[in-house]
Design a protein around this ligand. Structure first.
Ligand SMILES: [Fe+2]
Ligand SMILES: [Fe+2]
Length: 195
Protein backbone atom coordinates (compact mmCIF):
# COMPACT_ATOMS: atom_id res chain seq x y z
CA UNK A 1 0.00 0.00 0.00
CA UNK A 2 1.30 3.49 -0.79
CA UNK A 3 2.10 5.68 2.21
CA UNK A 4 0.49 9.08 1.59
CA UNK A 5 1.33 10.67 4.99
CA UNK A 6 2.06 14.42 5.03
CA UNK A 7 5.50 13.72 6.51
CA UNK A 8 6.40 11.47 3.60
CA UNK A 9 5.14 14.02 1.04
CA UNK A 10 7.16 16.84 2.65
CA UNK A 11 10.25 14.62 2.73
CA UNK A 12 9.88 13.72 -0.93
CA UNK A 13 9.51 17.42 -1.74
CA UNK A 14 12.77 18.10 0.10
CA UNK A 15 14.42 15.28 -1.83
CA UNK A 16 13.29 16.86 -5.12
CA UNK A 17 14.66 20.22 -3.96
CA UNK A 18 17.99 18.61 -3.17
CA UNK A 19 18.04 16.97 -6.61
CA UNK A 20 17.45 20.39 -8.17
CA UNK A 21 20.45 21.80 -6.28
CA UNK A 22 22.51 18.77 -7.31
CA UNK A 23 21.49 19.34 -10.94
CA UNK A 24 22.83 22.90 -10.74
CA UNK A 25 26.06 21.59 -9.17
CA UNK A 26 26.55 18.81 -11.72
CA UNK A 27 25.89 21.06 -14.71
CA UNK A 28 28.04 23.84 -13.27
CA UNK A 29 31.03 21.53 -12.88
CA UNK A 30 30.46 20.18 -16.42
CA UNK A 31 30.47 23.75 -17.70
CA UNK A 32 33.70 24.72 -15.91
CA UNK A 33 35.49 21.55 -17.10
CA UNK A 34 34.27 22.05 -20.69
CA UNK A 35 35.35 25.71 -20.74
CA UNK A 36 38.82 24.85 -19.39
CA UNK A 37 39.08 22.07 -21.98
CA UNK A 38 38.27 24.56 -24.71
CA UNK A 39 40.83 27.04 -23.33
CA UNK A 40 43.48 24.30 -23.14
CA UNK A 41 42.75 23.36 -26.77
CA UNK A 42 43.17 26.96 -27.92
CA UNK A 43 39.52 27.51 -28.78
CA UNK A 44 38.07 30.99 -28.08
CA UNK A 45 36.94 31.32 -24.45
CA UNK A 46 35.79 34.41 -22.53
CA UNK A 47 38.24 33.96 -19.66
CA UNK A 48 36.60 36.57 -17.39
CA UNK A 49 33.30 34.71 -17.63
CA UNK A 50 35.03 31.38 -17.03
CA UNK A 51 36.71 32.73 -13.88
CA UNK A 52 33.41 34.25 -12.64
CA UNK A 53 31.46 31.01 -13.19
CA UNK A 54 34.19 28.94 -11.49
CA UNK A 55 34.14 31.28 -8.45
CA UNK A 56 30.35 31.15 -8.23
CA UNK A 57 30.30 27.35 -8.55
CA UNK A 58 32.90 26.94 -5.83
CA UNK A 59 30.95 29.19 -3.40
CA UNK A 60 27.64 27.47 -4.22
CA UNK A 61 29.16 24.03 -3.67
CA UNK A 62 30.86 25.00 -0.40
CA UNK A 63 27.58 26.36 0.96
CA UNK A 64 25.81 23.13 0.00
CA UNK A 65 28.35 20.93 1.74
CA UNK A 66 28.36 23.15 4.81
CA UNK A 67 24.54 22.99 5.01
CA UNK A 68 24.73 19.21 4.89
CA UNK A 69 27.55 18.77 7.41
CA UNK A 70 26.25 21.36 9.89
CA UNK A 71 22.45 21.16 9.53
CA UNK A 72 21.18 18.10 7.61
CA UNK A 73 23.49 15.40 8.95
CA UNK A 74 23.17 16.24 12.69
CA UNK A 75 19.38 16.11 12.40
CA UNK A 76 19.43 12.87 10.40
CA UNK A 77 22.00 11.30 12.76
CA UNK A 78 19.72 12.08 15.73
CA UNK A 79 16.62 10.68 13.99
CA UNK A 80 18.28 7.67 12.35
CA UNK A 81 21.30 6.40 14.35
CA UNK A 82 21.60 3.46 11.94
CA UNK A 83 22.52 5.92 9.17
CA UNK A 84 25.58 7.26 11.06
CA UNK A 85 28.08 5.35 8.90
CA UNK A 86 26.50 6.58 5.66
CA UNK A 87 26.55 10.18 6.92
CA UNK A 88 30.19 9.90 8.09
CA UNK A 89 31.17 8.56 4.66
CA UNK A 90 29.40 11.45 2.91
CA UNK A 91 31.20 13.98 5.11
CA UNK A 92 34.53 12.28 4.32
CA UNK A 93 33.70 12.59 0.61
CA UNK A 94 33.10 16.33 1.11
CA UNK A 95 36.61 16.64 2.56
CA UNK A 96 38.18 14.63 -0.30
CA UNK A 97 36.35 16.75 -2.84
CA UNK A 98 37.57 19.93 -1.12
CA UNK A 99 41.16 18.90 -1.80
CA UNK A 100 40.42 18.61 -5.55
CA UNK A 101 38.48 21.89 -5.49
CA UNK A 102 41.46 23.64 -3.89
CA UNK A 103 43.69 22.55 -6.81
CA UNK A 104 41.06 23.81 -9.26
CA UNK A 105 40.74 27.13 -7.38
CA UNK A 106 44.53 27.58 -7.53
CA UNK A 107 44.43 27.02 -11.31
CA UNK A 108 41.56 29.47 -11.75
CA UNK A 109 43.40 32.09 -9.65
CA UNK A 110 46.52 31.67 -11.80
CA UNK A 111 44.47 31.97 -15.01
CA UNK A 112 42.83 35.17 -13.72
CA UNK A 113 46.27 36.79 -13.28
CA UNK A 114 47.78 35.47 -16.56
CA UNK A 115 47.89 36.84 -20.09
CA UNK A 116 46.13 34.89 -22.85
CA UNK A 117 49.10 32.68 -23.78
CA UNK A 118 49.91 31.79 -20.18
CA UNK A 119 46.21 31.21 -19.37
CA UNK A 120 46.06 28.60 -22.11
CA UNK A 121 49.20 26.90 -20.79
CA UNK A 122 47.82 26.77 -17.23
CA UNK A 123 44.57 25.27 -18.49
CA UNK A 124 46.46 22.66 -20.51
CA UNK A 125 49.04 21.85 -17.79
CA UNK A 126 46.91 21.68 -14.63
CA UNK A 127 43.55 23.47 -14.45
CA UNK A 128 41.60 21.37 -16.96
CA UNK A 129 42.72 18.11 -15.34
CA UNK A 130 41.79 19.49 -11.89
CA UNK A 131 38.34 20.48 -13.20
CA UNK A 132 37.78 17.01 -14.68
CA UNK A 133 38.81 15.33 -11.41
CA UNK A 134 36.56 17.70 -9.42
CA UNK A 135 33.63 17.09 -11.76
CA UNK A 136 34.02 13.31 -11.55
CA UNK A 137 34.50 13.32 -7.77
CA UNK A 138 31.42 15.50 -7.35
CA UNK A 139 29.33 13.23 -9.60
CA UNK A 140 30.45 10.13 -7.65
CA UNK A 141 29.65 11.85 -4.35
CA UNK A 142 26.17 12.93 -5.46
CA UNK A 143 25.49 9.44 -6.85
CA UNK A 144 26.38 8.07 -3.40
CA UNK A 145 24.40 10.69 -1.47
CA UNK A 146 21.10 10.70 -3.37
CA UNK A 147 19.94 7.15 -2.51
CA UNK A 148 20.73 7.78 1.18
CA UNK A 149 18.63 10.96 1.19
CA UNK A 150 15.88 9.26 -0.79
CA UNK A 151 15.61 6.73 2.01
CA UNK A 152 15.85 9.16 4.97
CA UNK A 153 13.95 12.31 3.94
CA UNK A 154 10.53 10.64 3.56
CA UNK A 155 10.93 9.23 7.11
CA UNK A 156 11.80 12.67 8.59
CA UNK A 157 9.01 14.59 10.40
CA UNK A 158 7.57 17.37 8.20
CA UNK A 159 8.12 19.99 10.92
CA UNK A 160 11.87 19.19 10.95
CA UNK A 161 12.02 19.36 7.16
CA UNK A 162 10.34 22.76 7.15
CA UNK A 163 12.67 24.16 9.84
CA UNK A 164 15.69 22.85 7.94
CA UNK A 165 14.48 24.29 4.64
CA UNK A 166 13.87 27.74 6.15
CA UNK A 167 17.36 27.83 7.71
CA UNK A 168 19.06 26.73 4.49
CA UNK A 169 17.16 29.16 2.29
CA UNK A 170 17.99 32.03 4.69
CA UNK A 171 21.72 31.23 4.56
CA UNK A 172 21.96 30.39 0.85
CA UNK A 173 24.22 32.53 -1.36
CA UNK A 174 22.04 34.88 -3.42
CA UNK A 175 24.61 35.80 -6.08
CA UNK A 176 24.22 35.06 -9.80
CA UNK A 177 20.58 33.86 -9.83
CA UNK A 178 20.81 33.81 -13.65
CA UNK A 179 23.33 30.94 -13.37
CA UNK A 180 21.15 29.01 -10.92
CA UNK A 181 18.05 29.34 -13.12
CA UNK A 182 19.96 28.70 -16.34
CA UNK A 183 21.58 25.53 -15.04
CA UNK A 184 18.27 24.32 -13.61
CA UNK A 185 16.39 24.56 -16.89
CA UNK A 186 14.88 21.24 -17.93
CA UNK A 187 15.92 19.19 -14.88
CA UNK A 188 16.29 15.44 -15.24
CA UNK A 189 13.79 12.99 -13.74
CA UNK A 190 14.08 11.69 -10.18
CA UNK A 191 16.48 8.72 -10.28
CA UNK A 192 15.40 5.15 -9.57
CA UNK A 193 14.84 4.71 -5.85
CA UNK A 194 15.31 2.23 -3.09
CA UNK A 195 12.77 2.38 -0.26
FE1 LIG B 1 23.94 17.26 -1.49
FE1 LIG C 1 27.04 16.19 -0.16
Amino acid sequence: MTDTSPDRAEGLRMFDEMLAVHTVLRRGSDLVAAALGALAAGRPVDVRTLVAVAHWHSAFLHHHHESEDERFWPLLRRLFPDAADDLARLTAEHAELDAELKRLADGIAAIRRADATRAREIAADTAHAAAVRSRDALAAHLDDEEPVMRTLFPRTPAADIRTLRAAIVAAAPKSDPDLVIGLLTDPGPRPATRT
